[in-house]
Write a protein that binds this ligand. Structure first.
Ligand code: GDP
Ligand code: IMO
Ligand code: MG
Length: 424
């Protein structure tokens, strides 16, 4: 089997960018399959930190191909900024970055509609990244969208004007004030920059790669608990963030999927609104945020922090068919005397082991088990035999609870701060 999938099992920001970069040497092609510039994937090596939004996280390996698949939504303004930054660093993206003709475009008016919709929702807002993700996927499923390949067609301008005039009506309905001129200027500059890239029919391209025996890693964005179908709706993103999304977002058959790498933080975070059963709105939550530097890579917003939620993790593992777990940010838990893990939720006096349908409105109290913490600083850890006993016990406990091995342990943001616990 030729396509392995790597995705987040929580509410995003699990550390996908770092791990894709670490695993890239084992692959020929890295392919992003959904989401857009709502994502912020961080990589660190040689003392430099990079945040990618649209471009796959294998881009720093000059001998690998990176593909932006049809399931991704692209804002040409953000893409241009990413490209310019990489070119300035000497990364020759012209040779290694390919873009699906079928990927949909985020228009300036999609961003405005995102903002208008959130404003209208008031207190019940999703907490969207305001990148235009929801409105763009709405136009995709509504059969109104513009795609990357459309930019090469003679009627592109006319199609653009037609769609923006529809958006103008909606924005008037929202009574949302805006100035489109400057936004359009930078958008069309972005389109020109994008047109210098190589456009492909990524489904044909990737299936040919599979036939040739090339190894592909599909890179997810967001996390399974933000999935449009299986997340805490409506506090979700607008795409399928799960393994199935790799098939629709790249045009590959489910039979080609090999391993499914599920990434999770050793605790939990969430940015934006919506249910978060193990959230800690106290000094411990603050300590996690501070030690983990839990501020959004895309928006800079403080992330909500809490303990690990096993029922939620088990659910994500089930939906995705996870074969290997990768535990991130274990270093952040150093120094906590006790580490709590949620094993179920108390709802109306009874303990349940899954999130109920009305997860947004049901009062839920997490049921915890307390495990001993460890004091050792892990950030310099390179030898698996030197992993503190309490951390080993924490890992074994999680493995026993979810029945999937933890194959990778991450103890810092740098590439090198990664321990292989088992074969991948
Ligand atoms: P992504 O969206 O899943 O790629 O994750 P983000 O990049 O948004 O957020 C993860 C953050 O944690 C980034 O700032 C990473 O540099 C950082 N990070 C990744 N792995 C580790 C780790 O093991 N320990 C620590 N302390 N930071 C990590
Ligand atoms: P990565 O790939 C964390 C959240 C937003 C909001 C909700 C909907 O870096 O893990 P959207 O802009 O998609 O309409 O926002 O989803 N969200 C993320 N949270 N990491 C992300 O991406 C996210 N992308 C969207 O905060 O709650
Ligand atoms: Mg992120």
């Amino acid at each position: 089997m030729a396509v392995d999938v790597l995705l987040g099992l929580q509410w995003g920001d699990e550390g996908k960018g770092k791990i894709v970069d670490v695993l890239t040497p084992q692959y020929d092609v890295i392919a992003r399959f959904q989401g857009g510039p709502n994502a912020g994937h961080t990589l660190e090596f040689n003392g430099i930190k990079h945040v990618l939004h649209t471009i796959p996280s294998g881009i720093f390996h000059s001998d690998k191909l990176n593909i932006i698949g049809n399931g991704v939504v692209i804002d040409p303004v953000v893409l241009k900024k990413e490209i310019d930054k990489l070119l300035a660093m000497g990364v020759d993206i012209n040779k290694t970055l390919l873009l699906s003709r079928k990927a949909h475009l985020i228009l300036p008016t999609h961003r405005l509609l995102d903002a208008a919709s959130e404003k209208a929702k008031g207190k019940s807002k999703i907490g969207s990244t305001l990148k235009g993700i929801g409105p763009t996927y709405m136009d995709k499923t509504g059969r109104n969208g513009l795609r990357v390949g459309d930019t090469m067609l003679p009627d592109f301008q006319a199609k653009y004007r037609f769609l923006t005039s529809k958006h103008a009506e909606l924005l008037a309905f929202y009574e949302f004030e805006y100035d489109l001129k400057a936004l359009e200027e930078e958008w069309f500059a972005g389109i020109e920059s994008m047109k210098k890239l190589t456009f492909i029919d990524s489904e044909h391209y990737l299936n040919k790669c599979i036939q040739e025996g090339k190894k592909i890693l599909a890179e997810g964005a967001q996390g399974s608990l933000l999935d449009i179908d299986f997340g805490s709706y409506p506090f979700v993103t607008s795409s399928n963030t799960i393994t199935a999304g790799a098939c629709t977002g790249l045009g590959i058959s489910p039979r080609t999927i090999g391993k499914v790498y599920g990434i999770f933080k050793a605790y939990s975070t969430r940015v934006g609104s919506g249910p978060f059963p193990t959230e800690l709105e106290d000094a411990t939550g603050e300590e996690l945020r501070k030690k983990g530097n839990e501020f959004g890579s895309t928006t800079g917003r403080p992330r909500r922090c809490g303990w690990l939620d096993l029922p939620a993790l088990r659910y994500s593992i089930m939906i995705n068919g996870v074969t290997n777990l990768l535990m991130m940010k274990a270093d952040v838990l150093s120094g906590f005397e006790t580490i709590r893990v949620c094993t179920g939720y108390k709802v109306n006096g009874a303990v349940i082991d899954h999130m109920p349908f009305e997860v947004c409105d049901t009062p839920m109290e997490p049921v915890y088990i307390d495990l001993p913490g460890w004091a050792e600083d892990l950030t310099g850890l390179h030898d698996v035999h030197a992993i503190p006993e309490a951390l080993q016990a924490y890992i074994r406990f999680i493995e026993a609870q979810v029945n999937v091995p933890v194959s990778v342990l991450s103890v810092g943001p740098d590439r090198k701060q990664t321990l292989m616990l088992g074969a991948l």
